[in-house]
Design a protein around this ligand. Structure first.
Ligand code: FES
Ligand code: FES
Length: 154
C-alpha cells in the first residue's frame, strides 16, 4: 500500500491504496464519486473520462499513483454554485442522453473538446467523439448538444 494524494474537484484528498489501483477505482471506490463510470475493460468506451490537469483522460488507463499531485475534475465538479455547466445544460436541453450511462464521460470529453477547439463543426465533433461509445446510439442529439454548448461558450 502507498499513500496517493491529489486534488479532486478542488478538495485535497489522500488515501492509502495498492500501487496497482487504477485512477477510476480510486475515484469511485475510495472517494465514492460514482458519477465516473466503468463501461468496458478494454479502454474503448470513454465512460470513465475525467480531467487530469485540465485534459480529458480515460481514468481506467492510468494508475492513481500517476495522478499523484494532480488536479482532477470529475463530472461532480463541473457545476458551480448549484449552476450546471453549459455543457450539462446543453445535454439536458437537447436530449443528449437516454440511459445516461455514457453521459458523464461524454460531457467531460466535450468540455475538453470545446476548450481545445473553440470553432467546432459537426464533423469535428463526430471525429473527436471516437473514444466515447453510446450504447443507446444517441449520437445525433449528443452532437447537437455539444455544438450548442460550444456556441453558447464562445
Ligand atoms: Fe475506461 Fe471504458 S471504462 S474506456
Ligand atoms: Fe445510454 Fe449513452 S445514453 S449509453
Amino acid at each position: 500500500m502507498s499513500v496517493v494524494a491529489m486534488t479532486v474537484n478542488g478538495k485535497s484528498v489522500s488515501a492509502d491504496v495498492e500501487p496497482r489501483t487504477l485512477l477510476v477505482t480510486y475515484i469511485r471506490d475510495t472517494l465514492g464519486l460514482t458519477g465516473t463510470h466503468i463501461g468496458c475493460d478494454t479502454s474503448q468506451c470513454g465512460a470513465c473520462v475525467v480531467h487530469v490537469d485540465g485534459k480529458a483522460v480515460k481514468s481506467c488507463t492510468m494508475l492513481a499513483a500517476q495522478a499523484e499531485g494532480a488536479e482532477v475534475t470529475t463530472v461532480e465538479g463541473l457545476a458551480q454554485d448549484g449552476e450546471l455547466h453549459p455543457v450539462q445544460k446543453a445535454f439536458r436541453e437537447h436530449h443528449g442522453l437516454q440511459c445516461g450511462y455514457c453521459t458523464p464521460g461524454m460531457i467531460m470529453t466535450a468540455v475538453d473538446l470545446i476548450r481545445r477547439k473553440p470553432d467546432l463543426d459537426e464533423e469535428t465533433v463526430r471525429e473527436q467523439l471516437e473514444g466515447n461509445i453510446c450504447r443507446c446510439t444517441g449520437y445525433h442529439n449528443i452532437v447537437k448538444a455539444i455544438l450548442a454548448a460550444s456556441n453558447e461558450m464562445r
